[in-house]
Design a protein around this ligand. Structure first.
Ligand code: MG
Length: 165
């Protein structure tokens, strides 16, 4: 394999947590009184993952491909965004090697749901859950995020030619 065929992408997303919203992160519904606001289901993890895939595969970002002023995407399951990104990744002959994710929030606790999140993302990306790492991170009492007002997500994702899998 030529190392220059490896592609890395970085994604970031930030959503407010609001009362009455379902708390869906990484495709998993968490038992929490607030959830990420948004035009779609607000799943900040899947949105950041989409942008990491877009970065690695040289695609338009999620906001351009799936605009939040398009009524079609209202309340949409963000898994569909990932599936559409992955279709393009595969069309380019690429496959996911691994992804690493940090979820920074003092809203819902992440640790009890890590296994379910890793399994769901593995399904969406076509890889074993061992290639999807997720870490919850607290905010050490600093700023609005630390008041439980939001969730911020960073995702890095590595792609390689399918022939290498
Ligand atoms: Mg978003």
């Amino acid at each position: 394999m030529n190392l220059f065929d490896l592609r890395i992408g970085l994604g970031f997303d930030l959503h407010r947590l609001e009362p009455g919203r379902k708390c869906i992160l990484a495709g998993v519904t968490l038992p929490h009184p607030t959830g990420p606001a948004g035009h779609s289901d607000g799943d900040a993890v899947l949105h950041a993952l989409c942008d990491a895939l877009a970065g690695a595969a040289d695609l338009d970002d999620i906001g351009t491909l799936f605009p939040d002023d398009d009524a079609v995407h209202r309340g949409q399951d963000s898994a569909e965004f990932v599936q559409r990104m992955m279709a393009e990744v595969r069309r380019q002959g690429l496959a996911v090697v691994n992804t690493d994710i940090v979820i920074a929030t003092e809203g819902p606790r992440i640790a009890p749901h890590r296994a379910a999140m890793r399994a769901r993302l593995g399904e969406l990306l076509g890889v074993d859950a061992s290639r999807v790492n997720i870490k919850g991170k607290s905010l050490e009492g600093l700023g609005a995020l630390a008041d439980g007002a939001g969730v911020a997500v960073q995702v890095v994702c590595l792609l390689a030619p399918q022939a290498c899998a």
